[in-house]
Design a protein around this ligand. Structure first.
Ligand SMILES: [Zn+2]
Ligand SMILES: [Zn+2]
Length: 375
């Protein structure tokens, strides 16, 4: 998962001017835009790569951070997410229009994008899930069909602009037209407002949506539900709903990007002799062979047992942290065996549990037959 240098991605030098960066991005974006390459995953990932590079290099603050500290410096800096390519970027026309001004006629404006946070747990992130969300937003008033005029009445023509929606202003030798301020450019005014929406044409609603979250979603992942944002001008599309995922922490597994980390206790003898142990995963238990001589704190990587990698058809790793547990509450036989082992090791071990008075006696006389000081 090595990331290419942003300058390399755009094919520009480190000293490239803003306009060079724009041009380079524009060329790449046009070439790889998903609208032009439907179903082409490679193009999609190139598009994302370019978009991310552009997002950083076109922002002087982020570019400075990146120049000084590389990718690491950008960690924790809010970045756009390109989960749904069409969503945040709109179509090809938006890219060209948005980047270079012009190209986009001032027609009816699309609705604003709405954002919302959605919390899921780790298993839901692993399997993918469906969530019901309630989105507060505006819809056209059904009572007046969004006109804002009382049912049966009609907005009347604006007197100030005569229905043109614009007024002419002279500026030196030029005649400019600006939107009429009496009717806001509509050309009509509402004289008898709709009582339901008070003439606004819009009402507050709570829309209930079922959102399918794909396997592999992570905290900060964003999903775009097209056309479920705020309502736009008449004839213009609604904005999008952008959902930012937050994955709750799990009590047993820690997630590190696509990997899962868990601690598995093993016994002293398993550590010494090697063993086949059971390891829990989000998909049920699996067995894993540990070699003899594993140390407490050793990390065993098990490929493919981590989180699904969104869109890649693969899984991350499970990192099993082995914790060697020191035996407690030994049976007589266990204790005997361990003592034999200690003798083989020529190590000084504590004496057998003795009565309090025996212990005291040992303490004062120094006589302890079991503790051998050979080393
Ligand atoms: Zn209304
Ligand atoms: Zn007017």
């Amino acid at each position: 998962m090595s990331k290419r240098d942003y300058y390399e991605v755009l094919g520009v030098t480190k000293t490239a001017a803003e306009v060079e960066i724009k041009t380079a991005y524009r060329t790449l974006a046009m070439k790889h835009h998903p609208d032009r390459n439907p179903g082409d995953d490679e193009a999609a990932s190139k598009f994302k790569e370019a978009a991310e590079a552009y997002a950083v290099l076109s922002d002087s603050e982020k570019r400075q951070i990146y120049d000084r500290h590389g990718f690491e410096g950008l960690q924790g800096v809010p970045m756009p997410d390109f989960g749904d390519l069409g969503g945040l970027f709109g179509g090809l026309g938006d890219i060209l229009g948005g980047l270079f001004g012009g190209g986009r006629s001032r027609g009816p404006q699309r609705g604003a994008h709405l954002g919302m946070a959605l919390e899921i747990d780790l298993i839901e992130a692993y399997r993918g899930c469906k969530k019901t969300v309630k989105v507060p937003r505006h819809d056209y008033c059904t009572e007046c069909s969004g006109t804002g005029a009382r049912h049966g009445s009609k907005p009347s023509r604006c007197r100030q602009c005569g229905g043109a929606g614009t007024t002419a202003v002279r500026m030196g030798p030029f005649q400019m037209s600006t939107p009429c301020n009496a009717c806001g450019g509509e050309g009509t005014v509402i004289t008898d407002p709709c009582p339901t929406c008070r003439g606004r044409g819009l009402v507050k609603v709570t829309r209930t949506l079922e959102i399918a979250i794909p396997p592999g979603a992570d905290t900060g992942s964003r999903m775009t539900v097209r056309g479920e944002g705020e309502t736009g001008d008449a004839g213009a599309p609604r904005g999008n709903l952008i959902i930012e995922i937050h994955v709750r922490e799990h009590s047993f597994f820690t997630r590190k990007e696509d990997d899962l980390i868990c601690e598995v206790p093993i016994t002293f003898s398993q550590a010494a002799l090697g063993a086949v142990i059971e390891v829990p995963s989000l998909d049920g238990k699996f067995t894993h062979t540990i070699r003899a001589g594993v140390q407490s704190g050793d990390v065993l990587r098990v490929p493919g047992k981590g989180m699904p990698i969104h869109g890649a058809g693969r899984f991350g790793d499970m990192r099993v942290v082995v914790i060697v547990e020191t035996p407690k509450n030994l049976s007589e036989r266990q204790e005997q065996l361990l003592r034999e082992l200690a003798e083989l090791d020529h190590k000084n071990v504590s004496a057998r549990r003795k009565s309090f008075f025996e212990k005291l006696r040992v303490l004062f006389t120094g006589a302890d037959a079991n503790a051998k000081e050979k080393k």
